[in-house]
Design a protein around this ligand. Structure first.
Ligand code: MD5
Ligand code: FE
Length: 202
């Protein structure tokens, strides 16, 4: 892998095209059971440009009352669908010493969507890594340090790429500046990012 910043490892092209297509098939089934929702910012209620869903025992949600992990879909109230075996196997391969992932956040980027610079700190467990899988259009990913003002580096996350954040990068500021429409994986365009997370201590 490529070490982007200390603790942030990048495997370009981890999943080949057939594996990417199989993941999209599995995700489309998940999204029929747990449809994409529009998260909203705490307090202001301003909508995110990214739509989201989850699979696994817990899912990340955001609304006017705050950010949190919960075991059910915010609109249907139904439990999240199970995580595909391909993803639990990826986690086991990259993080053999960590307890299994509880949440897989599914971020769906339409061509104009972006995600501002932020830290992921709603988990109770920061010792485990976060593992991310990118599918579809390329995302321009920016990552810095644990202070918002630290210098940042930018990489282009393409379809099939895997990124693992651990150690010093686990609480780094990061975001997606923009999407580049360059992939034929999703017929209508767009980008999917999956993040596997351990939420609670084992
Ligand atoms: C994405 N997702 O591509 C981005 C980046 C998110 C999120 O940031 O919170 O859903 S995926 C890479 C990533 C995920 C979690 C933490 C860190 C990077 N990090 O600490 O650098 O949709
Ligand atoms: Fe994040």
């Amino acid at each position: 892998p490529v070490e982007v910043v200390p603790g942030c490892l990048w495997w370009p092209g981890w999943f080949d095209r057939p594996a990417q297509e199989a993941l999209v098939v599995a995700l489309r089934q998940i999204l029929t059971e747990a449809p994409l929702f529009v998260p909203r910012m705490p307090r202001t209620g301003k909508p995110f440009s990214v739509r989201m869903s989850n699979c696994g025992s817990l899912g990340w949600v955001s609304d006017e009352t705050g950010y949190r992990y919960q075991p059910f879909h915010p609109e249907s109230g139904r439990p999240w669908p199970a995580m595909p075996a391909t993803l639990t196997a990826l986690w086991a391969q990259l993080a053999p010493d960590a307890p299994p992932p509880e949440a897989c956040l599914i971020n769906w980027y339409d061509p104009a969507a972006r995600m501002g610079l932020h830290q992921d700190r709603d988990e109770e467990e920061f010792g485990a890594p976060v593992v991310s899988v990118s599918l579809g259009d390329t995302g321009v990913f920016r990552i810095g340090g644990t202070a918002r003002t630290a210098a940042t580096r930018s990489i282009r996350l393409a379809s099939g790429d895997v990124l693992m954040l651990s150690g010093p990068s686990r609480l780094a500021f990061h975001g997606i500046d923009r999407i580049v429409a360059d992939s034929s994986l999703l017929k209508q365009g767009g980008r999917i990012n999956l993040t596997l997370r351990r939420v609670r201590p084992a």
